[in-house]
Design a protein around this ligand. Structure first.
Ligand code: ZN
Length: 132
């Protein structure tokens, strides 16, 4: 037992969490940007294929397959864009100093929760209350 040396006081916890979170959030933002770019390319490819298919409609039974593919890409793109917006909002909260604070009750969100869900805006209790 050496005593002392515990380092950061309670006041520094949110700051330290935010530093870790920013790295995770930036990384996730880059992943999502790459994914969105790929989905854009996929969608452009499907659009071209579909244009061909429409031109040759009577001979090409794949028209419906292409529109299914289109819908799949669109759904994935919407989900990706909405997660990208959440990441952006979390980074904005880091910037204005409200990151890691529950948006409902105003208490600190536990660091373990932020590690698992860096975009969390509420503590576990408030999230559960909202969902229920
Ligand atoms: Zn709360």
């Amino acid at each position: 037992m050496t005593g002392g040396g515990a380092g950061a006081g309670a006041g520094g916890v949110v700051g330290a969490v935010a530093v870790v979170a920013v790295a995770a959030l930036r990384e996730r933002a880059a992943e999502l940007d790459a994914l969105l770019a790929r989905l854009d390319a996929d969608e452009a490819a499907v659009r071209e294929d579909r244009a061909d298919a429409t031109a040759d409609d009577e001979h090409d039974p794949e028209g419906s397959t292409l529109s299914g593919e289109w819908q799949r890409i669109e759904a994935l793109r919407r989900a990706t864009a909405s997660e990208r917006a959440e990441v952006e909002a979390a980074l904005a909260r880091v910037a204005d100093g409200t990151y890691g604070v529950c948006a409902v009750c105003g208490r600190a969100i536990p660091p373990e929760r932020l590690e698992v869900r860096p975009m969390a805006t509420t503590c576990v209790a408030c999230a559960a209350r909202r969902a229920g």
